[in-house]
Design a protein around this ligand. Structure first.
Ligand code: EPU
Length: 426
């Protein structure tokens, strides 16, 4: 059942089959999460469609329900939410520690109710991930912030518009501050803002709710505060990371996959890398097709904020380049500890050396199945991709990470020919 990943579940794949056929992209997890939190900004009903059924969505709905939000699934992927009866302003440690995006309750609660008590998330498997940029911005908007017993306690009788120059274009901080500023008095400018498509999607919903936001998708976002927001309907954008993962699955298995819903405008950096490595793709009106007919050439990749190469596709590309011709380097600049998959890929026969934030990959001609362990969401899927290309059987344990971000992945992959099954943990 969705929303209940079993800690001990494993996924077993038997590699060597080129994947072929069509796969449909789900709505974007990283867009849906802030959109769900944004509905806290109004007492009217909002409807979101193309919401993926994922563990992180389930966790978000649980948190929202605890705050007093009422919600209803109208169909498989459409949810109606009403924050009319919100009576609690706290995001507890138990939830924030399992899903950092819960920190996005801070901006909306503070803006609408004048107070919020939100646990700090702590570090995670891919890095320290502090929240200083969120807090600095909230203070500039006039909030008083106290850190007590692991919680951020924020108060403001009324937020005031301000100039918010971000020291780094943090996705989460941009989202939190954007939401908070919609109900602030006066004009807010977020400079050095994150430009990800998920930010644009959030601004679209907020504007549909009556906010006055311009410049989302550029590095300078201007928000004219309004006194209240109203209900709205919104369709979540397709998941660019899921799409990129399936496109890479075609390349790594020498398959031929049409990814319906994949948007080339959101995947320009990946497609540029495909072009450099000789992976053949064609952009069509309603999706992208990759035909993997030969081993990719080596390439140098550096992860960067959007529109640069996304850190969320770094692990998948490392799996692909492990089977490339010649050598590649990957420089990870977003998270300080996001190479945990490298050693697991080495267990499958990859030749990868990590030094600091640079991984050097010497392409090998084949990988061999082995038991491996997933450490985070994107690491898990990179091991799955490598397993699909490897000779023999690969058993990926700790796949509960996968269920946080990939909707019905075994089903989707098996429909295009993958020999994949989930084994219940014992
Ligand atoms: N950072 C700070 N201070 C802050 C905020 C961020 O130093 O106050 C640092 C972080 O420590 C990190 C870097 O800035 O080193 C980037 O963090 P950012 O805030 O941009 O990321 P995020 O909002 O925590 C979102 C996605 C991640 C994705 C990153 C980068 C969601 C729910 N999560 O995280 O997605 O990797 O942006 O694009 O949108 C995933 O889906 O697997 C995932 C990890």
């Amino acid at each position: 059942m969705w929303g209940r990943a079993d800690y001990m579940d494993k996924i077993v794949v038997r590699g060597g089959t080129p994947l072929q056929g069509e796969i449909v992209v789900s709505g974007a997890k990283n867009a849906a999460l802030p959109l769900l939190f944004a509905t806290l900004l109004t007492d009217e009903e909002c409807r979101l469609s193309q919401v993926p059924k994922l563990v992180d969505i389930h966790t978000t709905l649980r948190l929202l329900r605890d705050l007093g939000v009422q919600y209803d699934w109208l169909n498989e992927h459409e949810v109606a939410l009403s924050s009319r009866l919100v009576r609690c302003f706290e995001a507890p440690y138990e939830l924030v520690k399992t899903m950092r995006a819960s920190f996005l309750t801070l901006g909306p609660l503070l803006a609408r109710f004048g107070r919020a008590r939100v646990s700090t998330p702590g570090g995670c498997a891919i890095g320290a991930r502090p929240v200083n940029i969120h807090l600095d911005g909230m203070q500039r908007l006039g909030a008083s912030i106290r850190l007590r017993q692991g919680y951020v306690e924020a108060e403001a009788s009324k937020l005031r518009g301000a100039y918010l120059p971000l020291e780094f274009p943090s996705v989460g901080a941009t989202e939190n501050l954007l939401m908070a500023a919609t109900l602030a008095e006066g004009v807010t400018i977020i400079d050095n803002a994150a430009q990800e498509p998920e930010i644009v999607d959030l601004a679209l919903l907020l504007n549909a709710m009556g906010a006055r936001i311009s410049g989302a998708g550029t590095s300078r976002i201007t928000i004219e505060g309004v006194t209240s927001l109203h209900g709205a309907n919104h369709v979540v954008i397709p998941d660019r990371v899921e799409a990129g993962t399936f496109l890479t699955a075609a390349a790594i298995t020498s398959g031929d996959i049409f990814v319906r819903g994949a948007r080339a405008d959101h995947l320009a950096a990946l497609l540029q890398t495909f072009a450099e490595t000789g992976v053949h793709f064609s952009v069509q009106e309603d999706g992208i097709r990759v035909t993997g007919n030969r081993r990719p050439c080596g390439v140098n990749i550096t992860t960067l904020p959007y529109p640069g190469f996304p850190t969320d596709l770094q692990a998948q590309l490392m799996a692909m380049l492990s089977l490339g011709v010649g050598h590649s380097t990957i420089t990870e600049t977003i998270f300080e500890n996001r190479f945990m998959h490298a050693q697991e890929l080495v267990r499958l026969g990859a030749d990868i050396h990590v030094q600091g934030n640079i991984a050097t990959i010497h392409g090998v001609t084949y990988l061999t199945g082995a038991p491996v362990m997933a450490t985070d969401l994107r690491a898990s899927v990179s091991l799955l991709l490598a397993g699909l290309a490897a000779q023999g059987e690969t058993e990926v344990s700790r796949v509960y990470h996968l269920d946080r971000g990939y909707e019905r992945i075994e089903e989707k992959l098996s429909r295009i020919g993958a020999r994949i099954r989930r084994v219940k943990g014992s």
